[in-house]
Design a protein around this ligand. Structure first.
Ligand code: NCD
Length: 303
């Protein structure tokens, strides 16, 4: 029995195979319509979500399975003080697989150690978000054809942005990938990630200047400033509009730049860019559903 807590648990071959399955689902959806007949996915969401929860649910329905769960901690026994371990043991009696989002880093790992069914980390605090990374990887693969030789700009809240942490962790395994980390100094990438990239001799540029970095980028990954992780509302208000991508700021960008964003967008990308052929963020949403379908099949061992 296998869970997915951190993207690094998947080998490069497994990522290739998930991408191949997702592409096959896109081309032949009918072939997959009954694959999970009789199986149940539990979505345990202790933190707000639109895409991740609904996309897991849509994924399971499109595989012919069923879904149960809750979308806020207040409506679960966590509100009565139940531990993650006990919730995981209980849900193991009702479902075949769990997708869990939690504000505490490590909560899905604890769940996986206590559940008797696979647990998927659907976002743990400011730590990791491996299934968003699967959505990002399918998007990059479909747009760019390969993960090698890319210059990837990650912009916004690199400190608390769990999608950024997981994406770096995935892309660093490919050849000649360069990272340009664009953030206010207060929201720089956590030390442990910077040190680990340095140790492996990665070419990493850290800057506060999005426009100056623009012309080098093949991928621009914009992110929201993570209000819910701030200790201080004033600090959030001061930093929230640090980067707003507008058409003017794209003046020096490559013609084949791909603009990604895990969403939700607050202010980081002007809506005028939505019609630019380089905007990939709504394709990314759809890709997330297909990759979650592929992942559910893999973890349930469905052929
Ligand atoms: C992200 C998350 O929850 O970390 N959203 C998502 O799952 N697509 C990004 C965010 O909330 O800013």
């Amino acid at each position: 029995m296998r869970s997915l807590i951190d993207i690094a648990e998947l080998s490069l071959q497994e990522i290739d195979s998930l991408i191949a399955t997702a592409n096959d689902i896109i081309d032949n959806p009918k072939k997959y319509a009954d694959k999970c007949r009789g199986k149940k996915l539990a979505t345990l969401f202790f933190e707000p979500s639109t895409r991740t929860r609904l996309s897991f649910e849509a994924a399971m329905y499109e595989l012919g399975g069923n879904v149960l769960g809750f979308s806020e901690a207040q409506s679960s026994s966590a509100a009565k003080g139940e531990s993650i371990a006990d919730t995981a043991k209980t849900v193991s009696c009702y479902a075949d697989i769990i997708a869990m989002r939690h504000p505490k880093e490590g909560a899905p790992l604890v769940a996986s150690m206590n559940a008797s069914i696979p647990v998927i980390n659907a976002g743990d605090g400011g730590h990791n978000h491996p299934t968003q990374t699967l959505a990002d990887l399918l998007t990059i693969k479909r747009e760019k054809g390969s993960f090698d030789n890319l210059t990837v700009g990650l912009c916004g809240d690199l400190k608390f942005g769990r999608t950024v942490h997981s994406l770096i962790n995935a892309l660093r395994r490919y050849k000649n990938v360069k990272f340009v980390l664009i953030s206010p100094t207060e929201l720089r990438i956590p030390e442990y990630i910077r040190e680990s990239l340095k140790k492996d001799n990665f070419e990493v540029v850290e800057t506060t200047d999005l426009e100056a970095a623009m012309s080098d980028l093949d991928i621009l990954y914009m992110t929201r400033v993570q209000r819910e992780r701030f200790f201080n509302e004033e600090e959030y208000l001061r930093l929230k509009d640090s980067y707003i991508l507008t058409t003017e700021k794209l003046a020096n960008a490559k013609q084949d730049l791909s603009i990604l964003h895990p969403l939700p967008r607050v202010n980081e990308i002007s809506v005028a860019i939505d019609n630019d052929p380089r905007a990939c963020y709504f394709k990314q949403v759809l890709n997330g559903k297909y990759m979650r379908m592929a992942l559910i099949l893999m973890l349930l061992g469905v052929e």
